[in-house]
Design a protein around this ligand. Structure first.
Ligand code: 2P0
Length: 329
């Protein structure tokens, strides 16, 4: 074993993943498509700790709670099985955004962890197998292994991975409405949707249809169709989430106001389309030449960042190691 550090970026889906066909293997009910970003990264170092009897997780400089630690141990058990090892590790991870605020931090987190852990345990995985491995930590993480636009295939354990797809060049203007941790995690809300929404089957079949159309529009370099599919698909996801029992609503009045403002800007000739994940923050896709003009129009709603398609998960050199948490006396 060896100490390894990796960096990965979150992704924002244009066709969303919301529902599992298999909870244990994290196989999605339908495929999805996302853009890996060039900002909001996670850096993770995996340090061999064969002398200890439990994995240790340090998140943003403090020791993580039992739930977060047990989630990474469950994931690391997959890595240990592949490597034929029982060694425990110390995981030190740093996010450039707060965890659990609807900016896809589990995607960058598990993509970085999968990449660092595979190397630490001396597994020789290609991008496809690394994507499959990251999927076992968090579904959306399999897409963050891949640069730029990525399609995540539904299927079985062998065939469910993400791979790059050609797409129009675009920017995302991310408007942070609220940095707080969300009330209901994606994982819990997704399960509740499948169990209680009368519209769930229609959601799954319409997602498959949207994905097929989205891949065709991406390949045809058709930004308008990509945008129209993105916005309608996001609203369909929030509609099926709102139809659960008990109901869940992630969008806030301010989030909805951003969707309205973007629709109004479109009327005025600035072509842009909104989406939002399991939280109140809104990401707006736009052609590169219009990104700064759009960002200037959205500053009244919250902190605004313009992001571009970013790199896939990658190993870093030893000098990028995440520093150890300071233990107070
Ligand atoms: C997505 N989300 O496609 C959708 C849109 C949130 C809203 O993927 O249970 O954290 O770990 O597989 O990956 C969030 O789901 O869930 C997510 P798990 P994950 O980006």
């Amino acid at each position: 074993m060896r100490t390894s550090t990796a960096r990965a970026y979150p992704n924002i889906a244009l066709v969303k993943y919301w529902g599992k066909a298999d909870e244990a293997r994290i196989l999605p009910a339908a495929g999805s498509l996302s853009m890996t970003l060039d900002d909001f990264e996670t850096t993770t170092t995996v340090v061999p700790a064969p002398e200890v009897d439990a994995d240790v997780l340090e998140l943003d400089g403090t020791f993580a709670d039992a739930d977060a630690t047990s989630r990474i141990t469950t994931f690391l058990d997959h890595v240990r099985t592949l490597a034929g090892s029982t060694d425990r590790v110390l995981v030190r991870s740093r996010n450039s955004v707060p965890t659990g605020a609807g900016l896809a931090s589990s995607a960058s987190g598990f993509a970085a962890l999968a990449t660092a852990a595979a190397n630490a345990f001396e597994l020789d995985l290609d991008t496809r197998d690394l994507s499959r491995l990251a999927r076992l930590g968090s579904g959306s993480a399999c897409r963050s292994v891949v640069p730029g636009m990525a399609v995540w295939h539904s299927g079985d354990d062998e065939t469910s991975f993400a791979e790059p797809v050609d797409a129009p060049d675009m920017r995302m203007v991310i408007v942070t409405v609220d940095r707080g941790r969300k009330a209901v995690s994606s994982r819990t809300a997704m399960r509740l949707t499948a169990q209680t929404s009368p519209f769930y089957d229609a959601w799954v079949s319409s997602t498959e249809d949207s994905l097929e159309k989205m891949i065709a529009a991406c390949r045809a370099d058709d930004f308008t169709t990509v945008g129209e599919l993105t916005e309608s698909h996001a609203l369909r996801m929030h509609a099926v989430i709102a139809s659960t029992l008990p109901p869940i609503r992630y969008l806030r009045p301010r989030s909805v106001a951003i969707f309205d403002a973007v629709a109004e800007l479109r009327e005025q000739g600035l072509e842009a389309y909104s989406t939002a994940d399991a939280g109140p923050n809104v990401a707006v896709i736009v052609r590169p030449a219009d990104a700064e003009r759009l960002a200037a129009q959205l500053t009244e709603f919250g902190e605004v960042r313009v992001v571009a398609p970013g790199p896939g998960a990658e190993l870093l050199s030893a000098d990028a190691e995440v520093p150890a948490a300071e233990v107070s006396a």
